[in-house]
Design a protein around this ligand. Structure first.
Ligand SMILES: Cc1cc2nc3c(=O)[nH]c(=O)nc-3n(C[C@H](O)[C@H](O)[C@H](O)COP(=O)(O)OP(=O)(O)OC[C@H]3O[C@@H](n4cnc5c(N)ncnc54)[C@H](O)[C@@H]3O)c2cc1C
Ligand code: SF4
Length: 495
């Protein structure tokens, strides 16, 4: 803390976003390039270095936030990078994508805007890459042990990097044609440009991690072979089995799952497709589901040139401020938030009759109707109360040429037959069962990330990847010095 009064003299200032009219015409990240570094040391100086840093406890990775805030305020970027990378393999991912439960737990947030922790994290990570503070770290010696990691999302990547650096020979199997999991096919470019992912994959290759894209375990490689060939197996296969909308008209053309829609837009950005076959261009789009996946559909549809976009949320509009009785500090409160995509959709709503927000809250879909040719034309909805009971007289019809379902996920995708081939035990909700030490019922097979925890966040995925790596290292070597930031039973404060 270079200035002990920083929190009194410096107001919170976030990394500015580019103007809406500019950013909706491209797929680049929404932030103003180069605008973060000049402001961030003063922002880090707002950290009070309070005696008990709740931010640190609220971060599943246990990021050493006050320590790196202090180092950034003193412009010691190398030391800040070392402290940050000691707990987080991929801070440039979380610095862009994390909902930052740490900021909800910041002591300053009791009566003032929190320190911009996520922005500080991102600045350290980006600066570290610019200055070459994060070279590849291949192991000094090999253990002679082999590990197969199935799935290349943030869980699999974090586990693979930790295990490779510990000296094990690690191969990452990925059924998609590119590495990255939902960070590759799912999360849009405007939230995180894929170059950040490529850079880490190159670093991991240089350290010795081997990647096997387009190789579905269960589909292209029998799961039993993997178990026989490797000393340990980590399942980090994610939870992408989507929830359905069981209403009349669901079968109409033009009604798609968010995860059928978003990866096609990713493929356009990758240069695989000239245009998405499901493009929203010129269409009235209705997104069913009020979460972040729905918001990603919103931002994508806006960029594709939709005629209108509406997002339906079954929950009532949250309050602007935290409810101290039900969600006291330092919990992560459910408050009204305007993401970059919501800001874009709002600013583009020019029709005089349009609601300011593209979201309709407390809205439940009744049915969909078609145009006679089997294509969706309208979505019919009504308002619901807090108990999700219909409010009489509130029926409404929205024009809809493209309906996107973003209703969440209920567990791992079972198509590849991996679960059956290995004889894995599942939890009642469909996730892979494991004990406290991440071990499944099959000896030598471990499970981590969304596949076992259920749909979660990048920060939890990285934390689980690090923790499962420690468990596997211990299984192979009898003991481990790898850090384990979470246990399999830890539950997040609601985010
Ligand atoms: C659209 C969307 C946006 C999101 N945005 C955010 C966000 O902004 N911030 C945030 O914190 N979280 C976000 N999330 C959640 C976050 O992406 C996930 O929690 C995280 O990616 C989980 O990581 P994972 O490695 O466990 O699984 P995944 O990222 O799902 O990766 C699993 C990988 O395993 C592969 N796989 C599956 N089965 C096999 C097999 N049999 N053989 C080989 N490979 C296999 C899959 O192809 C996939 O690549 C978002 C989720 C979605 C769907
Ligand atoms: S990973 Fe998320 S919770 Fe942890 S310090 Fe970064 S923004 Fe905060």
């Amino acid at each position: 803390m270079a200035d002990p009064k920083g929190f009194m003299t410096t107001p919170r200032q976030e990394w500015p976003r580019r103007p809406v009219e500019e950013r909706v015409r491209d797929w680049d990240e929404v932030y103003v390039p180069g605008a973060l570094l000049p402001i961030i040391s003063r922002q880090a100086d707002r950290c009070m270095d309070c005696g008990i840093p709740f931010c640190h406890q609220a971060c599943p990775l246990g990021n050493l936030i006050p320590e790196w805030n202090d180092l950034v305020s003193r412009e010691d970027w190398r030391a800040a990078s070392d402290r940050l990378h000691a707990t987080n393999n991929f801070p440039e991912f979380t610095g862009r994508l994390c909902p930052a439960p740490c900021e909800a737990g910041c002591v300053l947030a009791i009566n003032q805007p929190a320190v911009t922790i996520k922005n500080v994290e991102c600045a350290i990570a980006d600066r570290a890459w610019e200055e070459g503070f994060t070279p590849a770290r291949p192991p000094d010696r090999l253990s002679g042990k082999t590990v197969a990691v199935v799935g290349s999302g943030p869980t699999g990547l974090a586990a693979a990097q930790q295990l490779t650096r510990a000296g094990h020979t690690v191969a990452v199997f990925e059924k998609d044609d590119r590495i990255g999991g939902l960070m590759r096919y799912g999360i849009p470019e405007f939230k995180m440009e894929k170059r950040h992912l490529e850079r880490r994959i190159e670093q991991m290759r240089a350290e010795g991690t081997r990647f096997r894209p387009s190789t579905g375990v269960g589909r292209d490689v029998p799961a039993a072979d993997l178990r026989a060939r490797y000393d340990a197996v980590v399942l980090a296969t994610g939870a992408t089995a989507w929830r359905e909308l069981p209403v009349p008209g669901r079968e109409l053309q033009g009604v798609h799952q968010a995860m059928e829609y978003l990866p096609l837009a990713n493929r356009v950005c990758e240069g695989d497709l000239a245009a998405s076959p499901l493009s929203a261009a010129g269409k009235h789009v209705v997104i069913v589901g009020g979460g972040d996946t729905g918001a990603d559909c919103l931002g994508t549809a806006v960029r594709e040139g939709a005629a209108s976009v509406t997002q339906l949320d079954i929950y009532a509009q949250p309050d602007a401020e935290r409810d101290e009785d039900t969600e006291p500090w330092p919990t992560y409160p459910k408050i009204y938030r305007l993401s970059a995509a919501h800001e874009e959709a709002r600013d583009l709503r020019t029709a005089p009759s349009a609601d300011a927000d593209a979201r309709l809250f407390a809205a439940s879909t009744l049915h969909l109707t078609g145009d006679g040719g089997g294509h969706v034309r309208s979505l019919h909805l009504m308002e619901v109360d807090a108990r999700r009971q219909p409010v009489p007289g509130t029926e409404r019809e929205l024009p809809a040429d493209l309906v996107l379902l973003a209703l969440g996920f209920h567990g791992p995708d079972r198509e590849d037959g991996l679960v059956e081939q290995l004889g894995l035990t599942l939890e009642p909700r469909g996730t892979i069962a494991r004990d406290d030490g991440f071990a499944t019922n099959v000896p030598g097979v471990f499970a981590a990330g969304d596949a076992a925890r259920g749909q979660s966040l990048i920060v939890w995925a990285i934390a689980e990847g690090r923790a499962v790596a420690a468990a596997v290292d211990r299984y192979l070597m009898g003991s481990s010095r790898l850090p384990a930031p979470v246990s399999a039973n830890d539950r997040p404060m609601r985010v």
